[in-house]
Design a protein around this ligand. Sequence first.
Ligand SMILES: [Zn+2]
Length: 109
Amino acid sequence: MNKYQVMFGCSITLIICGVLIGMLGFLRENMLIYFGIAALAFGLIMLGNWISKAYTYICMDCYLRIDVGVKDALFALPAGGVCRRIYCPKCRRRTACKARRISLRVHMY
Ligand SMILES: [Zn+2]
C-alpha cells in the first residue's frame, strides 16, 4: 500500500461520506448539509489531484503527452472509450486524448 492508494481510498471515502452526510442534513434541514458539501468538495479535489498524478493523456492528433490539472481531470468531457476531450497546447484546441496510466511505483520512497 503506497500513499497514492491511500489518497485514492481517502478521496472516495470522503465523496461517499459527503453525499451521505449532505443527504442527512438535507432531510433534517440542519447544518450537516454544509459539512456534507465540504467533505464532498474536498473529496473531489483530492480525487482530481490523484487522477492528475495517476494518469497522463496523449493527444490523438499530434501524440503530445499532456499532464492534466485537477480541473481537467475532474471536468473534461469523455470522448468515447478511455478518451477525453482535453485542451492540447500544440493543436491549440480541445482534442480527443487517450488516457494512459502512469506507473506510480516510480514515485514511491
Ligand atoms: Zn495535439
